[in-house]
Design a protein around this ligand. Sequence first.
Ligand code: ADP
Length: 320
Amino acid sequence: GSLSLIVSFGEMLIDFVPTVSGVSLAEAPGFLKAPGGAPANVAIAVTRLGGKAAFVGKLGDDEFGHMLAGILKENGVSGDGINFDKGARTALAFVTLRADGEREFMFYRNPSADMLLTPEELNLDLIRSAKVFHYGSISLIVEPCRSAHMKAMQVAKDAGALLSYDPNLRLPLWPSAEEAREQIMSIWDKADIIKVSDVELEFLTGSNKIDDETALTLWHPNLKLLLVTLGEKGCNYYTKNFRGSVAAFHVKTVDTTGAGDSFVGALLCKIVDDQAILEDERRLKEVLRFACACGAITTTKKGAIPALPTESEVLNLIKG
Ligand code: ADP
């Protein structure tokens, strides 16, 4: 399509996922190498739907880094914002598929290349050309990546981009919950759009009530859209003038990895060239239905990237 550019900032890594559930990687009979990293998933979600996306981040100059850069390229994501670190290796995540269907992560980040992106390495022209800038790096806390994150965000904002934030909370990566909360809140009021999961809502507010009152404690005056995603219960949305919810689609879920990223990618793709949608409840609801359908389809296949849908798959699910 002729959509404007969406830039997604953060990490791309490889998830080593056991081929069976209920065991750690060490106990698994085998494993899959699944490319992941929420910001990279979002970029590919956008291009799979026919939109235009670039990924900004750093990879190791190793077999994994080049494999990941190849996957972005195959999927039509611009690699103009990718740097390769000569020394550090690409981040890796080792996944445990718990019997209850949840995933636990252990990370190789020692430090990994993504944590070493410096502000000087940013492709500022690329970032300035973004209509939407999406971020949510798990390396928010570590330097120099933190400074790179801040600079990229500011440059995008100054150039007039809409800023979209997904905290992608991965607690084991932070020294303490308090620090995680602080870091996340330190960039909270820069965002125009924020998407949190029910788990993140609970973590950030300290309340276990997933309701409007709780969600609205996270509101900030410059925010245009706050989204709380609820897995198989769909999502709640909040704007200055209206709020409501959108139901999820019923599908045969096999792996929820990437559902949130798919949801975000779909939303951004639909609003990048028509931001007035954010102020029109009827149209916004339609877009969120589309995003929920994207999220749902993403749960019907193993892995995130292989499961991200095309526009026609989404329309088929919506038509029923
Ligand atoms: P995250 O991955 O960030 O936790 P969710 O799991 O809530 O986000 O997924 C995002 C969206 O994807 C949800 O709002 C919902 O519309 C859709 N989705 C997620 N899981 C399912 C599911 N099991 N069945 C149907 N839709 C789902």
